[in-house]
Design a protein around this ligand. Structure first.
Ligand code: NAD
Length: 483
């Protein structure tokens, strides 16, 4: 592939836009790429485009960028389509959460056992699932050889939906396994000497292999727990890899939950803010409490605003270089993150740690590299059906994705008590979405420990379906027909 054509849908994403551009500009192997940025929010799209063009120019990269507001144009003739879009944005998720809480569902009806992540909506997120399908079908039609690379959540439901229903090449990515870096640091292990493997579902992965210099490394973790766990406290709401909840899950399941997995536990750890604080640490009570999520959202809002501000300055004063924005930001009273983010971008050696661009590079240039991918199971975890998407390590080269054999196998408890119930909820979400049968959503809520009556279920669903932006969802569930 001489000149890869890469499309980013939802290119204005607060989480991903600058990270992906950063990686693209620092990947010499993709220097000739044509990058199409697509978003329905024109202001965000323009901002990202302005920074991307400036950045590439300063980095001397011969990347070309173009903007698109239509899916057809963005996808047409692409080789890779990265999806970071979120239909309705955080505002929709918060609206549904507020309605749910008024009806007695703390943190919303989409916060479910083994899926507490606050932007990982699977039941009331009709438009997001529909967007996944729409993008996948657009690829099938206009770029049938392209890879669909999903970053947007819910990765588990989304990639399973796409790979079951649309015959295209698809993969999902999450950065959750990077929590292992923190674990190795805490245990003072040289990462080069650690032999690790994780397996499970997205946001539900487990450290099935953990060896250090050829020996089982779990005793080192046990020693850390014995000597140091008592003094643990979180540095931020997401710092939960060695939290009481992660260690409690480790004791019960026999292997350590990795990354976002500790967020996805049972209601025992999530009943209310006080309970969350006990298990995830004070003051936030983890990322998914009302305090932790506010911390995260405030950061995202600042990132989106800073992107706009940087683009505005660059447009107004074309002589400015990105480096000039750092002192200018301080002078204008912008938050310190503004300069810190720019410093990261300007450091030629600093990549984001996201896997999307290195994955493309490995496929294009065949330099085999290891990734943690979301792909259909096809026997990797023998107890899980073949068409359910699992998250596992794989080697990627120009011939594709080569998943590792999962060795040793996941413990029985992880499979039966964690993966099975999580899989059941994924199946309910996809069946409800594909058939429009409202009884599936009702059934989910009848099983919810927060439900005390059938009337509560009717009332919460009615209010969510009656939201003006949910007209299509309401029609779908009224008629009970597939999208
Ligand atoms: P965001 O709202 O800041 O960004 C989403 C972008 O999608 C916005 O610019 C929006 O305008 C755009 N968009 C919405 N509908 C669109 C459509 N129909 N077509 C094109 N663009 C559209 O959200 P964010 O916080 O940056 O998160 C983006 C997604 O990434 C979410 O789904 C989030 O849950 C997910 N996420 C994934 C990971 C991971 O590791 N996989 C980590 C963090 C966040």
């Amino acid at each position: 592939m001489v000149r890869p054509r890469i499309t980013i849908i939802g290119a204005g994403s607060a989480v991903f836009s600058l990270r992906l551009l950063n990686d693209l500009c620092k990947t010499p192997g993709l220097a000739e790429s044509r990058v199409t940025l697509m978003d329905i929010d024109r202001e965000r799209l323009d901002s990202v485009f302005t920074i991307a063009a400036k950045y590439a120019e300063e980095a001397g990269a011969s990347l070309t960028f173009r903007k698109s507001e239509t899916l057809e144009e963005a996808v047409c003739d692409a080789d890779f389509v990265i999806n970071t879009a979120m239909a309705g944005g955080h505002a929709y998720l918060e609206k549904v959460r507020r309605i749910s809480e008024r009806h007695g569902y703390y943190r919303g009806i989409d916060a479910q056992e083994f899926n507490m992540v606050s932007d990982y909506y699977t039941f009331s997120n009709y438009h997001q699932l529909l967007l996944f399908l729409t993008i996948a079908r657009a690829i099938e039609r206009w770029a049938p050889n392209a890879w669909y690379i999903q970053a947007a959540n819910p990765v588990f439901e989304g990639v399973t939906l796409v790979t079951r229903t649309v015959p295209i090449k698809a993969v999902g990515f999450c950065h959750g396994h990077h929590a292992l870096d923190g674990l190795m640091k805490a245990l003072e292990l040289d990462p080069k000497e650690v032999d690790w493997q994780v397996a499970g579902f997205n946001h539900g992965i487990w450290l099935n292999r953990f060896r250090y210099r050829g020996e089982d490394a779990y005793p080192l973790l046990d020693r850390w727990i014995e000597k140091r766990a008592g003094a643990w406290s979180p540095k931020n709401p997401f710092d939960d890899q060695l939290s009481p909840v992660a260690l409690d899950m480790y004791r019960f399941y026999g292997v350590l939950p990795v990354g976002d997995t500790a967020r996805n536990a049972t209601w025992r750890y999530h009943r209310d803010l006080q309970t969350k604080q006990k298990w995830y640490g004070e003051p936030w009570g983890g990322a998914d409490s009302e305090l932790g999520w506010k911390w995260y959202q405030d950061g995202l809002n600042r990132a989106a605003e800073m992107t706009k501000e940087a683009a505005r300055l660059l447009r107004e004063r074309s002589e400015l270089k990105l480096a000039h924005l750092i002192p200018l930001g301080t002078k204008l009273g912008l938050p310190p993150e503004f300069g810190q983010e720019l410093e990261k971008i300007l450091d030629p050696a600093r990549k984001s740690g996201e896997q999307h661009i290195p994955f493309i590079e490995a496929l294009v240039h065949g330099q085999a590299a290891r990734f943690v991918v979301n792909i259909p199971n096809n026997g990797l975890i023998p107890e899980i059906p073949p068409d359910v998407v699992v998250e596992v390590p794989a080697l990627v080269d120009e011939s594709g994705i080569h998943p590792e054999k999962i060795e040793p196998a996941l413990p029985r408890r992880v499979i039966k008590y964690y993966l099975y119930p999580r899989m059941m909820r994924m199946e309910m979400a996809l069946e409800a979405f594909l058939t429009g049968d409202l009884r599936v959503l009702r059934e989910l809520l009848y099983r919810d420990p927060r439900t005390t009556s059938d009337e509560q279920v009717e009332a919460v669903l009615e209010e969510i379906l009656n939201l003006p932006e949910n007209a299509a969802m309401r029609a779908h569930y009224t008629k009970g027909r597939g999208p």
